[in-house]
Design a protein around this ligand. Sequence first.
Ligand SMILES: [Mg+2]
Length: 226
Amino acid sequence: MNYKGILLDLDNTLYNYDVAHEEALTDTLTLFSKETGLTFSDAKRIFSLAKKSNHIKLHGTASSHSRILYFQRMLEEVGAFDFSLTLKLESNYWQLFYSLIKPEPFALEFLKEIDLPKCIITDFTAMAQYNKIIKLDMDQWITHLVTSEEAGVEKPHPFIFTLGLQKLGLKASEVIMIGDSYEKDCLGASACGIDSILYKGNSDLEDLSKGIHPFNSFFDIIHWLE
Ligand SMILES: [Mg+2]
């Protein structure tokens, strides 16, 4: 393949976001229950409400994913807002999360072996993504980063892809986007004239005509790109 650069999603593409999130959240909700005297199932219900209200209020922005805003909202909801406790929940979540994340199989080999500039395009706040990339030991192989906090919009908005192309100094036809979300990563890229790889997702023949290529492993992606 004759691409000159790669755009890359981070969460659930380069590492196991879902696994780390579920475990870190369960542990943090257990801490929330202990601190507030509420049951774990109440904590779960209040978390869902807090997350939902944050998503509605801040739809399309990086802050819609902010853990500290979720935990603050939860404590406000039960009349137990406290600065130290909000920070305690936030740091409990992230410390455990960072300790659990692992690169996807062959993701590190992909970063090392595909000798092209690589820009992460990710929907999240910047600080968390810096911490994840460094914890995953991927920073030395990634040349650029665009977060939705920086872009002010989230995928599939074209502006976030345009920022990535600008940072790489490349045209849409010269890069390929790799991500696990069909709507956000692949259709977002297609709308900008960028080919894409759908990681671990289902796609059909019509998708190929849009330049969307399904792959289940970075091992296969390496060989396809080489
Ligand atoms: Mg993703």
